[in-house]
Ligand binder design. Structure first.
Ligand code: CMX
Length: 164
């Protein structure tokens, strides 16, 4: 890229990759694979009824939920009509990468900037995510084919840790 084509008024929107989300047809089998084979550690297991998922967050040993390390998220459907249920059905019942999540400092501000640049945001206002975070999503049709989640973690995520 030539120097003249670099966007000079660009600004940071994202802090880092928050997590990568895998849709899984069998949560217990997925946990076994990710812990016993891949060596990740389960740091959170819970349900998000609004999103229709059971979710498990995985991290390295000694992971501090307030730090900037990326995590892995396992997503199993609570029912066939949920987003993950439909995703798995469309994928022949096989699991796979369903989303990539970017951490942001202010989800409303990030969504506003992205929308002003033509990105289709899924929600008019943030909804509830893992650890009491505030989330929104960019539709894959306006991101080059990847479902992007925006995650604003709460000031005290430790207060939202109904761990396993
Ligand atoms: N990644 C990439 N592309 C995807 C996708 C995904 N996860 N899900 C759907 N698509 C594509 C489909 O393949 C389809 O493309 P084609 O038209 O080329 O076949 C297109 O998007 C369909 O879009 P749609 O008709 O608007 O809607 P869908 O019913 O397929 O749902 C979406 C797509 C993004 C609206 C839905 O997945 C959604 O609402 N996601 C946000 C919520 C969510 O993912 N919740 C579960 C996780 C909860 C959590 O992380 O906490």
């Amino acid at each position: 890229m030539s120097e003249s084509s670099v966007v000079s008024d660009n600004q940071d929107i994202f802090l880092c990759v928050d997590h990568v989300g895998y849709a899984v047809p069998d949560m217990d089998a997925a946990i076994k694979l990710h812990t016993e084979v891949f060596g990740w550690h389960v740091v959170f297991r819970g349900k998000n009824e609004e999103q229709g998922v059971e979710e498990v967050m995985l991290a390295t040993n000694g992971h501090d939920v307030t730090d900037r390390d990326a995590e892995i998220q396992l997503l199993a459907p609570l029912n066939e009509e949920s987003t993950i249920g439909k995703w798995l059905a469309k994928n022949g019942g096989r699991g796979g990468i369903q989303q990539v999540a970017y951490r942001v400092a202010d989800v409303e501000k990030a969504a506003e900037i992205l929308a002003s640049r033509g990105v289709k945001m899924l929600y008019d206002a943030p909804r509830h995510g893992t650890y009491g975070s505030r989330i929104n999503f960019c539709h894959p049709k306006s991101t080059g084919g990847v479902l992007l989640e925006l995650v604003e973690r709460p000031a005290d995520p430790e207060g939202f840790m109904p761990i396993v």
